[in-house]
Design a protein around this ligand. Structure first.
Ligand code: ATP
Length: 371
């Protein structure tokens, strides 16, 4: 689906060697909680593909997360970043546990990783099971990955008038990052136009309140579309305020195709959209940058089920396919999608989040048997 994106990115930014590359070094970063249970699933799928499609994989175990922070004092060790930068074309990232209250010295390693590695786009396809009940849902949420409130510029101070605490956070939207995310979203829409005959881009914002920041996001997205009409002109272009977007997303999710959003809205919309297709456990994502693609399931560390061997591995397996797709290995990715879709369609071997009784490994084995 995303071959053109991979090729385009590669042409302009250095993924070129990766796109053509058949021997891939993949970093494995399980992180915390169920990350440790689902990342091995992605590895097993890649091992199964070894020598198919002429591909071969070499794996490097890497560390990040809250447990790593507790053990080493660093949530994202320098060594992990160094190895990813110098040796890996792709990586799989599991999940990190996020303490809800501030822990001195700790901040999310995936947010830092996205920034360090220039992973400017988080691409999240949300798709219902073929042949399931209701109208099919098949959308891609393209979330800007590097700025917005996630730049983490926050301060707490005492308000002089009331003597009580106030906390401020900076929301950053830049022209460059918005142009980049609008372009990749339009490229994804273009590819969908080619395979399905129609495509719509919906730009999500709240510019009625945040007229400068979200106003800029909206303005630049439109400009990228308008100034490339020769290329994107057949894609329908929509804008939607984020609150009414949430309403519509739940009322008529089948109306959405490609959605582009600033970081925070994209994060919230994609977790919400996951509920429409059964479970967070089936929704994948890929963090895409000029040098590396990192597959990452949309779910978190799920402490409530961690260690029980029942985490759904499908989000990770689909993230593995998505990573391959953005690295230019579309055929291998399609094999994985087909195997997963067959497992879901048949519905006999599924984890408890989808109403089944199977273990993580039983689902992996079933998918492997279909590859
Ligand atoms: P974190 O603090 O890491 O974000 P969380 O529990 O707040 O963890 P998620 O990990 O995303 O957030 O989990 C939300 C809910 O979805 C939990 O009930 C969890 O058990 C369930 N869930 C998430 N991922 C999976 C999965 N792969 N398989 C089964 N259930 C899952």
């Amino acid at each position: 689906m995303f071959r053109s994106v991979a090729t385009r990115l590669s042409a302009c930014r250095g993924l070129a060697s990766n796109a053509a590359r058949k021997s891939l070094t993949i970093g494995l970063i399980p992180g915390d909680g169920i990350g440790k249970e689902v990342i091995p699933a992605g590895k097993q799928v890649l091992e199964n593909l070894n020598s198919k499609h002429g591909l071969s994989f070499n794996f490097i175990d890497l560390y990040a997360g809250f447990q790593t922070f507790q053990e080493t004092g660093k949530a994202l060790p320098d060594e992990t970043v160094k190895v990813l930068k110098e040796q890996c074309q792709g990586a799989l990232f599991g999940a990190v546990q996020s303490p809800t209250t501030k822990v001195e010295g700790y901040s999310s390693p995936i947010v830092a990783l996205r920034r360090e590695m220039g992973l400017f786009a988080n691409v999240r396809p949300v798709k219902s099971v073929e042949g399931g009940k209701g109208k099919p849902i098949d959308m891609v949420i393209v979330r800007e990955n590097t700025e917005d409130l996630y730049i983490k510029i926050e301060k707490t101070y005492i308000d002089k008038a009331t003597g009580t605490r106030v906390a401020d956070a900076t929301k950053r939207i830049s022209e460059i990052a918005t142009r980049r995310i609008a372009t990749i979203a339009l490229d994804i829409a273009l590819k969908r136009l080619q395979t399905r005959g129609e495509a719509t881009l919906t730009v999500t914002h709240k510019s009625n309140v945040l007229s400068q920041s979200d106003g800029l996001f909206r303005e630049i997205c439109k400009e990228v579309y308008e100034s490339n009409k020769d290329k994107y002109g057949q894609i329908k272009y929509n804008e939607q305020i984020v609150d009414s977007m949430v309403y519509r997303l739940f009322r008529e999710p089948q109306c959405f195709d490609v959605i582009v959003a600033p970081n925070l809205y994209g994060d919230i919309l994609s977790d919400g959209a996951a509920a429409l297709v059964g479970s967070l456990g089936v929704v994948p994502s890929a963090n895409v940058g000029p040098e590396i693609v990192i597959g990452e399931p949309c779910h978190g560390s799920a402490p409530d089920i961690a260690g029980k061997g029942i985490a759904n591995p499908i989000a990770t397996i689909r993230s593995t396919a998505l990573m391959l797709e953005f690295l230019g290995h579309n055929d291998a990715a399609q094999d994985i999608y087909r195997a997963v879709d067959a497992n879901l369609r048949e519905g006999a071997i599924k984890t408890p989040d989808l109403g089944g009784k199977a273990s993580t490994q039983q689902v992996v084995d079933d998918v492997l048997s279909r590859l």
